[in-house]
Write a protein that binds this ligand. Structure first.
Ligand code: S3P
Length: 436
């Protein structure tokens, strides 16, 4: 599907609540499926990725009933397999485009003898899984894969806890190991080189599992074996989806936007720090806590005279999904914006590093890589052009925003990729244009 984006004839204005957090929705569904008893989940993101997790846990024997589906997302009642463990699925489990589904499930399944094969779409089938299967194999699980990527058959059980130092700062890797640790004998510890999002550490205690943490050494641990207990969870709005609306407000002159009910977990909102350093008019208003997750509103006002910023390696895990859209905004800021040590972008839903440089260049901006550093030189006048999502939801949305600031229409091929994380993106953007 093609999307044509043009400069609106008036500012963007108004208040909106973005859909539920994708990372938390996956975890809420998986943890409820693993738990003993019945959990009620509210505000679950209704998107292709999360549907992959729901389909997976159903195939493994959890019962998932849909109570309502409306613009606040899904309300689900989930009865988990608890201490009995998952059932053997009838066929391979299709994780679609979802790296979180695949990697976290590998951790879950490593704990049981059940046995299952995971498959994914063309993009997911290229993404590295050894970063998860290597540590899980050291705990005692076995994996069959021809190439270290999906399809992978996992057979687990009889795990022993490990103390694992992961070479990548990845919440998917950390979570997979901790979830396997719930079925392992003794303590399972993961140590990361930089702090990745900590939703697993914050959500497991709600399901009755204490999680030990040492923030200075970036270590987290669980003691197994332990059976999770059902819990009622409300999922806040996705800060990564909010980032697109915030940047939209900074691309269209005179805009004023408020995003409400959005997650403000510090391991997710480093993009707001970067926008602040760029001089953007942003105010954060904390309002409540949803479980252990902070929630609030983000106000953004269009700001003249944005400046370039340097994004250091230690910050990258806390804004990894926002780099494409921040790079787009950097084309409008004076000076050289640098994103250091962002090689991980090469193994996301697409090679985001190559695709961002290619897309920004087609738009008439100046962008390049220096090794693993992404460099954007601004300010540039953007021109209308045709761009491709490369089947990647975050690129589809980034390119749609480029059209807001370009001198002619920007056409985005493969726009349907937005359904992975933010199916109502175009409608939400149109509503902000209509109220301006
Ligand atoms: C996610 C972690 C991040 C992120 C992805 C979701 C998660 O991936 O890019 O969109 O829910 O744990 P990595 O853990 O590979 O950095």
């Amino acid at each position: 599907m093609q999307y044509v984006s043009t400069t609106p004839d008036r500012p963007l204005a108004g208040e909106l609540a973005v859909p539920g957090d994708k990372s938390l929705s996956h975890r809420a569904v998986l943890f409820a499926a693993m738990a003993e008893g019945t959990s009620r989940l509210v505000g679950v993101l209704d998107s292709e990725d999360v549907r992959a997790s729901i389909g997976a846990v159903r195939a493994l024997g959890a019962s998932v009933d849909l109570v309502t589906a409306n613009d606040r997302g899904l309300e689900l009642v989930v009865t988990g397999w608890g201490g009995e463990g998952p059932h053997a699925p009838d066929e391979a489990i299709d994780c679609g485009n979802s790296g979180t589904t695949a990697r976290l499930l590998l951790g879950v399944l490593a704990g049981w003898e059940t046995g299952a094969t995971l498959v994914g779409d063309a993009s997911l089938s290229k993404r590295p899984m050894g970063r998860v299967t290597d540590p899980l194999a050291s705990m005692g699980a076995s994996f069959e894969s021809l190439t270290g990527t999906l399809p992978i058959t996992v057979r687990g059980g009889g795990l022993k806890g490990v103390d694992y130092v992961t070479p990548v700062a990845s919440a998917q890797v950390k979570s997979a190991i901790l979830l396997a640790g719930l079925q392992a004998a003794g303590r399972t510890t993961v140590r990361e080189p930089a702090s990745s999002r900590d939703h697993t550490e914050l959500l497991l205690p709600a399901f009755g599992v204490p999680v030990g943490r040492d923030r200075t050494t970036r270590a987290a641990w669980v003691d197994g074996p332990v059976v999770m207990k059902a819990s009622d969870i409300t999922v806040p709005g996705d800060p990564s989806s909010a980032a697109f609306m915030v940047v939209a407000g900074l691309l269209v002159s005179g805009s004023r936007i408020t995003v409400t009910g959005v997650g403000l977990n510090p391991t997710r909102i480093a993009y707001l720090d970067v926008l602040d350093r760029m001089g953007a008019g942003i105010t954060i208003e904390p309002s409540e806590v949803a479980g252990a997750e902070p929630v609030g509103s983000v106000h953004v006002g269009y700001t003249l005279g944005l400046r370039a910023a340097v994004v250091r390696a230690a910050e990258v895990p806390a804004l990894v999904d926002e780099i494409p859209v921040l790079a787009l905004l950097a084309t409008q800021a004076a000076g050289e914006t640098r994103f250091e040590d962002v090689g991980e972008l090469r193994v996301k839903e697409s090679d985001r590093l190559a695709a961002v440089v290619e897309g920004l260049t087609l738009l008439g901006a100046s962008a390049r890589t220096e090794g693993d550093t992404l460099v954007v030189q601004g300010p540039s006048e953007l021109r209308g052009t045709g761009l491709d999502s490369h089947g990647d939801h975050r690129l589809a949305m980034t390119w749609a925003l480029a059209g807001l600031a370009a001198d002619g229409p920007v056409t985005v091929a493969g726009f349907e990729a937005v359904d992975v994380s933010y199916p109502s993106f175009a409608a939400d953007l149109a509503a902000l244009s209509a109220s301006g």
